[in-house]
Design a protein around this ligand. Sequence first.
Ligand SMILES: Cc1cc2nc3c(=O)[nH]c(=O)nc-3n(C[C@H](O)[C@H](O)[C@H](O)COP(=O)(O)OP(=O)(O)OC[C@H]3O[C@@H](n4cnc5c(N)ncnc54)[C@H](O)[C@@H]3O)c2cc1C
Length: 596
Amino acid sequence: TSITNDTTRLETSYEFIVIGGGTTGLAIANRLAVNHTVLVVERGPDLMDNEVVNDPFTTFGTPSPCHFQMSAPPQVGANGTRSLPLTHGSCLGGGSAINAMMGSRPTFAGMSALEALGNPGWGWNDFLPYMQKSETFSPPDAAQRADGADYVRVVHGFAGPVGVSYATPFVAPDLQNAAIETCTSPSVYGLSVSPDLGTGFSGGHVAHYYHHIHFNDTLQADRRSSSAWSYLYPKAQGRTGLTVLTDHIVNEVSTKGAAGGNITATGVLVQPTAGGKVMSFTATREVVVSAGALYSPAILQHSGIGNASFLQSLGIKPVLNLPGVGANFQDQILLTNVSLPLNPSANNTNVTAGDKVLLGIVVGHPTATLAFGSNGTNIIGEALSNSSADFTLSVGGVVNAESFKAQASVMADAYRIDHPIIELFFTPGSTVLDAWSQSILPLSRGTVRINTTDPSADPVVDTRFLTVDIDVQIAMRMARGIAQAATTPPFSDLLTSDALAQSGVPPVDATDDEVRSWVLATYTPGIHFIGSNSMMPEALGGVVSPELIVYGTTNLRVADASVMPLSVFPHTTLGLYGIAEKAADMILKAAAANKL
Ligand SMILES: Cc1cc2nc3c(=O)[nH]c(=O)nc-3n(C[C@H](O)[C@H](O)[C@H](O)COP(=O)(O)OP(=O)(O)OC[C@H]3O[C@@H](n4cnc5c(N)ncnc54)[C@H](O)[C@@H]3O)c2cc1C
């Protein structure tokens, strides 16, 4: 593999060009380069030797040279609006080089919803083998098992590049077991204990959680399993056909095509990230856009692919009128910074974790019934069905009301099976224990739009968080779930008696108005951006087909978080490796059949 930031010695033609050397892009490039020439263009640098990036315990908010924040239009707050910068990774590995490595998978119900939205071949049974292909799962050792960790062998992979393991050492087992027991209490969510949250079954479970970290010495010991440390850097992953160009941005995809017919991607225009001369590279087979949900729609728009009248308003000549580009953008929301002071007498129980802190070592997933009572699925189903599309349509979050209704309908069906509605997770600290809660399947939709023809400028990402009432109702339930957990033994026994008041979370008996105000004043982005080039029928505002080919093109694919039309990955990364493996498989099959 050649990794360089110098274009002078590069070939100018490759069979495949992958835009973005992030989570999905490097995984796809690795598979294609086994028997094809591939150029990856990555905007950020190669930080292979940077120990801040490599160390799995420097996570989430730690200053890192890969860590960037995009400013975004203000969103709803308790008393007006709030500014919520959007965090993303820009270096080899992309988001996987800075994320919290919580190793989450979708459920059977979630993948059924994705399939029902018009995506045959994307159900759980089709998708599981691709998640397995990407993974080397390290079963818990005897000590971890004694502390409660478990797994279900048949759902895991044991020969893939991505290391997935329980934390080693198994931090704060007393906290973990107390948190699990508390989540089984009817006064919290009444969850049942699961051996493994990756089986596809949800049904209201809580479990010890694994992370995408190479704790397994056969891969890379104690390194985060970023896509760079999984699919690129290890010697076993070396590919003579693979060239990775860092510190350069793709300005646009070059295309040719007859009017009224499908267009063909012929290559990309590239310039140094720091500015400089524009160069052209040719792709003889396909161009794959993997620049993530914030940037991939912007690249298509700069290429003349998007809402034609919008592009014309910026002076860009439309190549393809595809109004869904940049619509359907979504993110889960997070209730975070809930720091519950630790009871000093609990120190002896091994709850402190020093600086070896991993986010979310215990995760609970209540269903609608467990969160909202025995009639919960009907309450949520009706709320979804009755949600008005008007506001979302007026801001361009969906291209038509049918799209909003179709998405609400498959979400209601997913909840009817057993899909989790909320995630509650626990994180150890030295003097505090943190409880966090995250929404899973939001219905609010925003937009990603360029506002200049300068390809190096960030797009405008208008998230429209919590603009559909059902999302606010679920967020309020999330806040109440944290309050209940913090006051229910044995978890509460680990905390000071005034821990909840210290954290600022409204008490269990707070009024709805108090809870709503606190939620609107404190929520943050979940940083699981998706949807801005959604895989769904074109009539619903879809941008790519189930084969991930951009509608109206012969050989332009998008494969990254932007293609997910629904947030069925509670955290995105392990699912995205599944998307990468499936995309590579489809691309290689098409190449072998000489279709492209
Ligand atoms: C702080 C944080 C914590 C997170 N925690 C978790 C977690 O615990 N578990 C989990 O599963 N997920 C987590 N996520 C989410 C997950 O990391 C992302 O969803 C995922 O990395 C997105 O992958 P992607 O391939 O779509 O895009 P990315 O990984 O973002 O890759 C896109 C790449 O494209 C590059 N690029 C952009 N524009 C251009 C251009 N014009 N030309 C060339 N290159 C370009 C970018 O620099 C980037 O490297 C977290 C994310 C963040 C930011």
